[in-house]
Design a protein around this ligand. Structure first.
Ligand code: ZN
Length: 154
């Protein structure tokens, strides 16, 4: 189990160091932001839907390694998914983070991919908000009206 935790930690640190899909997307996009004042994390999420699927997704922000790595892993996991599939993945992740006795099946782990690396966070309840911040912003973005604002290009 320690080996697995080491692996998870290195996946997390790697995403923090080389975040995927970082930066804003040009409008029109679905957009929302979230703050975690307890830790000082800020995450913005941008989603472009095409034919009912997430064609592009990105995040921007700053904060601790867990918040930024979680956002990076999230964007990677979401491309090509429908909003319903994204929501299902979020629920799977929430269970992994909050249910101390959850034993994800091999199928769950395949679904989660790198996100499984966040499972170690449940030992640190104060950090769960860091790991879920980007997902809360995603849920808000998917519920939002498309932004047609032209400010902040790029
Ligand atoms: Zn944090």
């Amino acid at each position: 189990m320690d080996d697995l935790q080491d692996l998870y930690q290195s996946i997390l640190l790697e995403h923090n160091k080389r975040p995927r899909h970082k930066g804003s997307l040009p409008p029109p996009v679905l957009h929302a932001e979230g703050n975690n004042p307890m830790c000082g994390d800020e995450v913005e999420v941008f989603v472009r839907l095409e034919a009912g699927r997430i064609a592009q997704v990105s995040f921007d922000g700053q904060g601790c390694a867990i918040s930024q790595a979680s956002a990076s892993m999230m964007t990677e996991a979401l491309v090509g998914k429908t909003p319903e599939e994204a929501h299902a993945l979020w629920q799977q992740l929430q269970q992994l983070l909050t249910d101390k006795h959850a034993q994800p099946s091999p199928e769950d782990l395949v679904q989660l991919g790198d996100l499984a690396a966040l499972s170690g966070v449940k030992q640190f309840p104060a950090r769960i908000k860091c790991a879920t911040l980007a997902w809360h912003a995603l849920e808000a973005a998917l519920a939002a009206e498309p932004s047609v604002s032209t400010e902040q290009p790029g």
